[in-house]
Design a protein around this ligand. Structure first.
Ligand code: CO
Ligand code: CO
Length: 302
């Protein structure tokens, strides 16, 4: 029912709609427990981005066994299993392979109700754009790697990456949303452009309303810019129109690649009240960052 190009595939088997996705990443934090949890949150996110419920997960692990002992792997798996349990998914097994570059992730399977499917192409003119996590994980984790920021300062960033998009997904479905995607490697602009193109509409973002984590702007000014942010910006440039008041730093900040980022939801205005009440009850932050207008798959940043 949904093929490549969206966050996850959806396959109908009799009355069941299966949601399938896989995601593998390389370490972005030092602590194996936290990295395991981030990997799990990141992998199940694509199921939530489809409006689905994750049920089972299979781990994929690549590592050099001479460099990482069993204690590290145990902590990694503990972080992952606890996070999967929180998401409602069960770890069924997995596969490990000897690898120079450490990598970890999951293939996740879930189900979705046929009236609850959230597609990247489901945005409609008139919808309000909602984002559920602040941006900046790429820039801030780079700052730590470059030793320009101490790891303790990364705590809120790690907490954000470890948090699930489960409530955001439930709230979007309950509020009548049809369009959503999670903001990950292609940055807000890349994922917004995919939403615009597959919805055959334009997305208008209000720069001043886009939430950034602390110190993101500071580090960009200091030249901490992940290569991914530059690539993402180059990729979207042709189909994105920026207000003249926005400089290179603002544009790069919007293109920062995210790990386990939030959901970008296209919400019909009449669903906003419901969304707000669920978010309030569950203490989930969210930001209204723009709207969907008629168009042909472009972005405007004002
Ligand atoms: Co995704
Ligand atoms: Co993905």
């Amino acid at each position: 029912m949904v093929g490549p190009g969206d966050d996850a595939g959806v396959f109908r088997h009799k009355d069941t709609l299966m949601v399938e996705t896989v995601d593998v990443i390389t370490p972005i934090v030092d602590d194996p427990y936290e990295f395991g949890a981030i990997c799990a949150a990141n992998s199940v996110s694509d199921v939530f981005a489809m409006g689905g419920t994750p049920l089972t997960a299979l781990a994929i692990l690549g590592y050099a066994s001479c460099d990482f002992g069993p204690a590290v792997i145990r902590r990694l798996l503990k972080g992952a299993t606890e996070k999967l349990r929180e998401a409602g998914a069960c770890l069924m097994g997995g596969h490990s392979i000897e690898d120079e570059q450490f990598k970890f992730g999951f293939a996740v399977s879930g189900v979705v109700d046929k009236n609850s499917i959230l597609k990247a192409g489901g945005a409609r003119p008139g919808d309000t754009l909602v984002l559920t996590k602040k941006l900046g994980t790429g820039i801030l984790t780079s700052a730590v790697k470059l030793k320009k920021m101490k790891e303790p300062a990364l705590k809120p960033v790690i907490a954000s990456m470890m948090s699930l998009n489960k409530i955001a997904s439930r709230a979007a479905v309950a509020s009548g949303a049809r369009g959503a995607t999670d903001v990950t490697g292609f940055g807000l602009l890349g994922h917004a452009l995919n939403m615009a193109a597959s919805s055959n509409a334009d997305l208008v973002l209000q720069y001043d309303t886009v939430p950034f984590m602390k110190q993101v702007r500071e580090f960009i000014t200091a030249g901490v810019i992940p290569k991914g942010a530059k690539n993402n910006l180059a990729f979207v440039q042709k189909r994105t129109k920026f207000s003249k008041s926005l400089g290179d730093e603002d544009r790069l900040a919007l293109a920062d690649p995210q790990t386990s980022g939030g959901l970008l939801i296209a919400l019909p205005p009449k669903g906003l009240k419901k969304f707000d009440s669920i978010a309030g009850r569950e203490k989930m932050p969210y930001w209204i960052i723009g709207e969907v207008v008629k168009g042909r798959g472009r972005i405007r940043v004002e």
